[in-house]
Ligand binder design. Structure first.
Ligand code: NAD
Length: 248
């Protein structure tokens, strides 16, 4: 039997990058996967096909995770279509980097709305279903900079630190019903988000990493399988770094 067989996972922001790798890894471990992104485009369509090709159910939805109403509608549709929600991965996230001196109020607000409020929206939307089931695993995608801070990313770091406080609080609120909530703090992972950085900045990051390489989306997806499965049944309220030792 596969590790996630019979489970239904909901993953936000999964058409590309880390979310996509999680969706594929979950499917390969036997989970049915409902994923969202801002648009249902050819990337979403191809992911749906890849997931279905693995013999499990896969469906993409256009849903803005930063909207509570859209998130509630999305989760309702998923439960109607899939019958349950066992794992939620709050993965959708964006950057609007700048030094505080040059950071606009809009860029601060947008980052809080997408990176932090989305987790509130989706967690609120799944919690009644998970409470009825008396089981569930919620995984919030934080970041190493949510712990360490990073010059030029005060908005992003604050949103990712906020996710850690949210994770620990939800773990305490829902633990008695066997619903677990953990965060992952990825370091420097090679995706379109980090490909925007200059070669020099990227080299600067990798030089500081004990494993001397950027991580892959699959490195993060593997830890999601652990946290989504019964392998981590006694793990809640934790922040697991996937950063090649960057934080040591
Ligand atoms: P990415 O930009 O490659 O992918 C993010 C996806 O989220 C995109 O498909 C985007 O369309 C989607 N998205 C954005 N806003 C959304 C919204 N409001 N609703 C639904 N979907 C939305 O990014 P990634 O590198 O794969 O990052 C995934 C997560 O991991 C993010 O939360 C990011 O902050 C976090 N993270 C990434 C790194 C890294 O090095 N790449 C490091 C630490 C944490």
């Amino acid at each position: 039997m596969k590790i996630l067989e019979g489970k239904t996972a909901v993953i936000t922001g999964a058409s590309r990058g880390i979310g996509r790798a999680i969706a594929l890894k979950f499917a390969s471990e036997g989970a049915n996967v409902a994923f969202s992104d801002l648009r249902y485009d050819e990337l979403a369509e191809s992911l749906e096909k890849e997931i279905s090709g693995m013999g499990v159910k896969g469906k993409g939805y256009a849903s803005d995770a930063s909207s509570l109403q859209a998130s509630e509608e999305f989760v309702k549709e998923v439960v109607n279509e899939f019958g349950s929600v066992d794992i939620l991965v709050n993965n959708a996230g964006i950057t609007r980097d700048n030094l505080l001196m040059r950071m606009s109020e809009d860029d601060w607000d947008l980052i809080m709305k997408v990176n932090l409020k989305s987790a509130f929206n989706l967690t609120k939307a799944v919690q009644s279903f998970m409470l009825k089931q008396r089981s569930g695993s919620i995984i919030n995608m934080s970041s190493v900079v949510g712990v360490s801070g990073n010059a030029g990313q005060s908005n992003y770091s604050a949103s990712k630190a906020g996710l850690i406080g949210f994770t620990k609080s939800i773990a305490q609120e829902l633990g008695s019903r066997s619903i677990r909530c953990n965060a992952i703090a990825p370091g420097f992972i090679i995706t379109e988000m980090t490909e925007k950085l200059s070669e020099e900045v990227r080299k600067g990051w990798t030089d500081k990493i004990p494993l001397k390489r950027g991580g892959t989306p699959e490195d993060v997806a593997n830890v999601c399988v652990f946290l989504g499965s019964e392998l981590s049944s006694y793990v809640t309220g934790q922040v697991i770094s996937v950063c090649g030792g960057m934080n040591t």
